[in-house]
Design a protein around this ligand. Structure first.
Ligand code: ARG
Length: 278
């Protein structure tokens, strides 16, 4: 088994403020990344055959564009490490979430790395890797409403936002009396909540927490309420006609889980959540 090369973790709150690390001399292999491969590994990686990967890079800290305009995040690091071990180099392509599954079905790319929740009903259209991350849906409201709101049902008569066609938007749609407002980009929903155009938003825990903490104004104005709704697992989505790719990814994931690399990547991107994970 190869040794994992991982950078030490950083405080979650610092992530938003991080800029690309210096690349003078023997610098990091990727500018903002948990991966710390020696130059020989990087060379080997660069020479691997590519696999086309779709990601909707609006979902920090899982997949997003940092201040240096680079695609970074937990999923990006994890899939690169998977690829290094499984013998492929992921070639990431940014695709809007709404339509990302249709593109997979139309064979526009081989797989999706985009915080995809593993759902039985989605299995009809795609293969899933083994799960690699435990997630949950949370409701965010304005601070002044927080005492009166302990769940979605308390927002009956109001409007709640989510990214379009996500597990979060489905939870809102299932709540009687609550109007669902769908967004392509969750960041715009967060802004609408802060300015009073929405009464709440529902999205994956790590993402809402990142948005709320990423900006002092949001941190003052917004709170993540009480209990999680559905607990979910993230997995990579793979084309139905690529069973061998699925098998190779699962074998690499098993290794990455067993040797501590998965936990180290998780710690790098958000050590405050590490205790809730397996
Ligand atoms: N986990 C949720 C789902 O699968 C939302 C994922 C959205 N991901 C993204 N990169 N925008 O429905």
């Amino acid at each position: 088994m190869r040794t994992a090369h991982i950078r030490r973790s950083r405080r979650f709150r610092c992530i938003a403020a991080l800029v690309g690390a210096a690349t003078i001399g023997v610098g990091p292999v990727f500018a903002q990344s948990a991966l710390d491969w020696p130059p020989a590994e990087r060379e080997r990686f660069d020479a691997l055959p590519t696999v086309a990967v779709a990601t909707d890079s609006t979902w920090p800290p899982m997949e997003y564009i940092n201040r240096d305009r680079e695609l970074v995040g937990f999923d990006i690091d994890l899939l690169r490490e998977v690829g290094l071990r499984a013998g492929f180099r992921p070639e990431f392509e940014t695709v809007a979430w709404d339509g990302i599954f249709a593109g997979l079905a139309a064979r526009q790319y081989d797989m999706i790395a985009s915080s995809v929740t593993l759902l039985e009903e989605r299995k009809r259209a795609m293969r899933f890797s083994t799960p690699y991350f435990r997630a949950a849906q949370y409701l965010v409201v304005r601070r002044e409403d927080a005492t009166a709101v302990s769940g979605l049902a308390d927002l009956a008569g109001g409007a709640v936002g989510a990214q379009i066609a996500t597990t979060g938007s489905r939870l809102i749609a299932e709540t009687p009396g609550v109007e669902l407002r769908s967004y392509d980009d969750l960041g715009l929903a967060v802004e609408d909540l802060a300015t009073g155009r929405l009464d709440g938003i529902v999205a994956d825990m790590a993402i809402v927490e990142y948005f709320v903490l990423s900006n002092e104004r949001y941190e003052r104005a917004l709170v993540v309420t009480g209990e999680p709704y559905a607990v979910e697992d993230y997995a990579f989505a793979i084309r139905r006609d690529r069973p061998e790719l699925q098998a190779r990814i699962n074998a690499a994931l098993e290794e990455i889980r067993a040797d501590g690399t998965l936990a180290a990547i998780r710690d790098f991107w958000f050590d405050h959540l590490a205790s809730g994970q397996e």
